[in-house]
Structures are given as C-alpha cells and as structure tokens.
Write a protein that binds this ligand. Sequence first.
Ligand SMILES: C[S@@+](CC[C@H](N)C(=O)[O-])C[C@H]1O[C@@H](n2cnc3c(N)ncnc32)[C@H](O)[C@@H]1O
Length: 251
Amino acid sequence: MVDYDGRLHQVYATGQALAADSLSIWMDVAAGIAPAERPLTVLDLGSGTGRFTPALAETFGGPVYGVEPSAGMRAQAAEHPRVTYLEGAAEAIPLPDESCDLAWLFLTIHHWTDPLQGLREVRRVLRPGGSVVLRTQFGDRMPELHWYKYFPNARRVDAAMYPPLAEVRSLAARAGLVAEEEPQWIDAYEARTVQGMYERVKLRAFSTFEHLDEDELDRGFAEFERDAATDPERQLPVVPAGVLTLRRPSS
Ligand SMILES: C[S@@+](CC[C@H](N)C(=O)[O-])C[C@H]1O[C@@H](n2cnc3c(N)ncnc32)[C@H](O)[C@@H]1O
C-alpha cells in the first residue's frame, strides 16, 4: 500500500501541479459527464491535495466534499467557501445516501484496499441519475510514458497497480453502476520538453517510484538527467489520459 503520509504528500502538490489550461480541460470533461442541472453537489473522492476540489466548486456551483484518508495530503489543500474536506476513504464514505450528483475519482481507485466496496459506496452516496468521472490507467491499456524507459521495472509496476478495463467495468456492474464500453482519451496534459519532464519527474510524486529500489532510481534519474542536459528543448508527445464514465441508473 502506498503511504501518502510519508514522503509523497511533501512533493505531490509541486510534482503533480496542473497548468490552468489543463485544469480547464478537466473541468470541461467533468461538465460533459455530469448531470445537466446546476448547481450540483460533488464528491471528490481521494481528493489528495485538492488539485481539482475548488475548481469543481466553481464549475458546478454547489457544495463539494473532498474525502481523503491522508492527513498530510489534506493539509495541503486550498480552502474554498463551498468545499469541505473530510477524513475518510472510499470504503466508508462519510456522507449520507443519495447526497451527491457527481463523483470525481481521479487517479485514486488503484489505491483503494477494496475497490468493489468503494464503488458500492460511490453508488450509495450518488443520487439516481448521478454520474462518476473515473480517471485511471488500465493495466491492459498502459500508456507509453516517456520516463518509463529510464526505469526497467516502472511500466510493469504500473501495469500491475492498475486494474484492466474489463475488471473495472465488472466491479462497477457488481456495485450497481453502469460503465461506458470504452474510455474517453483526453489530451489534457501540457506539452513538455525533455528538461521540463525531468524537472517534474525527479520530484518522484508518482506512486510508481515507491515500488522501485534505490539502485534502479539512482541509475534511472542519472540517465534521465544526462538526456535532459543533452537535448533539453526536445518536445515530448502529450500522452492521452483515460477516463471512464459510470452512472447510477435513474431507477
Ligand atoms: C495519486 S493521488 C490522487 C489525488 C487527487 N485525486 C489528484 O488527482 O490530485 C491518490 C490519492 O488517493 C488517496 N487514497 C488512498 N487510498 C484511498 C482510499 N481507500 N479511499 C480514498 N482515497 C484513497 C491517497 O491518499 C491519495 O491522496
């Protein structure tokens, strides 16, 4: 299990910072999946450092609940008059039945100890007709991230950490949620140079690095640093991000 109260919460906000354009693309994705009415009550489950939480309040005009187990992550989160951060986890969401219209699950489900129970809880707190934005990688549809090439075990570690698409769809169905057949693939991340990517990745704000040994990390970052010094301005392709829509049926 990855410990976000250890090293990660200290580097997450900087190492996973989002450009304003990226945040705006993500809010358009959320608006495209959410029910049409406004205002909406939103659950940001596994809200971490609140990267999206205040923006969800601005986009949907209603209250937003950021539910997050790590005190260290929660302590970094920016306040907003309509955002409430709650200690809690997916497996026992501290909100009443049918209290939310939209659930925002961004790169969190792979950390849950019991994803089926977590999705059952998501269904419980959603109103009928409510929807879920599930941003995740899928173990059988892994992206070719540029930095995988420096760490021989990174891709395998990530593929093992993320459930495959069929498993996610099956868990959703068992929880009483209807999943789209296929994910959407979103070009939301900003384009980076080799140097820019190195500066970001070296902060080790990705949980992948918690599973690699020090020797692999030292070698990988040394090689990455050399490439960044040799060819700093080379542009890297933007890797699309997978999003699966789930819905709680209306009746
Ligand atoms: C990669 S971070 C994503 C944070 C945030 N959603 C974002 O995109 O910035 C994963 C988050 O999931 C949280 N998490 C871990 N186990 C959880 C659980 N059982 N229920 C809810 N959140 C959990 C972690 O503490 C961490 O903050």
